[in-house]
Ligand binder design. Structure first.
Ligand code: COA
Length: 444
């Protein structure tokens, strides 16, 4: 026999804060938000009013075990493949052979050469900033030098990719990806240093804290890392820290974690190694493209970025937010790739709004630039100009309007998922189709 009286509805919690046993057979549980439940402790009572854990009314949200289940399944399903490969082929990579091959014939490694050359652009940006800081060149000259450097960052690698026959599409995507990231980083670098100069010139000490020169108190947990002020930041060390840090937005003092957590690092490294193994074991086009995209998301935005951040003790780990709950298209774009979104807001969108450009035009301009880069990263490596990626990105603007106007809640969320499940694979298939038609005469 059991009995239970709920004085008020008990929802969203399972952990009582206070428990009072008023008689031997009656206890009162007090939950957060002053919700009370009276439990009669009669002999054999075993039922209380409660929701199943998986129903949303239960408020239960700890799914760590399920995530662990996914990891265990991935490990088990791929351990076999790994062992088979080792038994069949042994360890094939000989680092000494790789290095000697690279040094003997660099033209057979055009993507690697291109990435090494990118240091020239990084140093050009640093030396321009140093000259600007001491005033040996004017702001206008500095701006022209930076614009020349940034334009070259886009033209030089694309010209190389298009003109070197030994460049593969994968090598092209990798090197252009690195150059695009550098373009965004160096743009942010020159913008932020200019803000610091403006603040220094205005000699307004209080303003120094509001832009990107945070005070010691703001750079939480960074007691061991020296606080840098402009122009003390214009060093090779600071520049290369920013180049490797998992962010596109420069600031003088990044939040730093106090130590490198070795177990965390090893877990991320393990995931980074596991995911390509899984993808290799999948036969192309037999696995939904969408699934590959989801796996890529986890590999890049969680495993790889956290790995690099941990290694560099980079404290800001917000690389993505809960885009999977997006009820609008704009929410998705503002939350799935936080580094790009942050850059767009800080260096492009907000400056436009401040100049009085209306919100719709500013959003469309951001999507236009994003569409350009998507097309650049696909068309140039494939040496094929089709504009599918460009159009796919631009289509987000009317889609965003449609979803926010006519759908909301779960319907909006479903619409976002449908656009991801169908829209993106269609664009990829368009390129695959056209690539095969050009290179294999239509036989796929
Ligand atoms: C276009 C885009 C930047 C809009 O972002 P959003 O978050 O929907 O924009 P909102 O209008 O809500 O405003 C964002 C910010 O601007 C601020 N803002 C709004 N109007 C403003 C104004 N007139 N002046 C200054 N700031 C303003 C808001 O306060 C908000 O600030 P916060 O972030 O500090 O809270 C975003 O959709 C985006 O990043 N799109 C491109 C993403 C992309 O291409 N990603 C590629 C991934 S592969």
């Amino acid at each position: 026999m059991s009995c239970h009286f709920a004085l008020t509805e008990v929802t969203n919690c399972f952990i009582p804060q206070v428990m009072v046993i008023i008689r031997q057979d009656v206890k009162i549980l007090m939950y957060p938000k002053n919700q009370l439940a009276v439990h009669c402790l009669l002999p054999h009572s075993c039922h209380v009013l409660q929701e199943s854990l998986l129903s949303s009314a239960s408020g239960y949200s700890n799914y760590r075990g399920i995530l662990n289940w996914c990891v265990v399944m991935l490990v088990l399903s791929n351990a076999r493949l790994f062992l088979e490969n080792i038994i069949k082929y042994g360890i094939l990579v000989d680092p000494i052979q790789v290095v000697s091959l690279f040094l003997k014939d660099p033209y057979s490694w055009p993507a690697a050469c291109l990435i090494i050359v990118s240091n020239v652009f990084i140093l050009a940006a640093l030396y321009t900033e140093r000259r600007l800081a001491v005033g040996t060149i004017s702001e206008m000259t500095g701006l022209i030098l930076h614009m020349f450097n940034l334009t070259s960052l886009l033209i030089f690698p694309s010209a190389t990719v298009l003109s070197v026959p030994s460049m593969t599409p994968v090598g092209g995507v990798l090197s252009l990806g690195v150059y695009t990231v550098l373009f965004l980083k160096l743009y942010s670098y020159q913008d932020t240093n200019r803000w610091c100069r403006e603040i220094r010139q205005a000699k307004a000490k209080r303003l120094t804290r509001s832009y990107s020169c945070p005070s010691v108190a703001q750079s939480n947990g960074s007691a061991v890392h020296a606080h840098v002020t402009y122009p003390g930041n214009l060093t090779h060390r600071d520049m290369y820290y920013f180049v490797f840090a998992p962010t596109l937005c420069y600031q003088l003092n990044f939040p730093r974690s106090s130590r490198i957590r070795k177990r965390f690092l090893m877990r991320r490294l393990f995931e980074m190694w596991m995911v390509p193994t899984i993808q290799n074991s999948m036969k192309p086009f037999q696995v939904p493209n969408h699934l590959i995209w989801l796996i890529f998301f986890y590999w890049f935005f969680h495993s790889s970025m956290n790995f690099v951040a941990e290694l560099l003790q980079f404290g800001d780990r917000e690389f993505y937010k809960d885009w999977w709950n997006s009820e609008t298209v704009t929410y998705f774009w503002a939350n799935w790739n936080i580094p790009v979104h942050k850059w767009c807001l800080r260096h492009f969108y907000k400056p436009m709004l401040r100049k009085g450009i209306n919100k719709f035009c500013a959003q469309t301009a951001v999507f236009l630039v994003s569409a350009f880069f998507h097309e650049y990263l696909v068309s140039v490596p494939l040496k094929m100009f089709r504009l599918w990626a460009f159009m796919g990105m631009m289509a987000q603007v009317p889609l965003a309007w449609f979803v926010s106007r006519f759908l909301n809640g779960n319907y909006g969320n479903a619409a976002v998922w449908i656009s991801l499940i169908i829209g993106q694979p269609v664009a990829v298939l368009m390129y695959v189709h056209d690539y095969y038609v050009i290179h294999y005469g239509g036989t796929t």
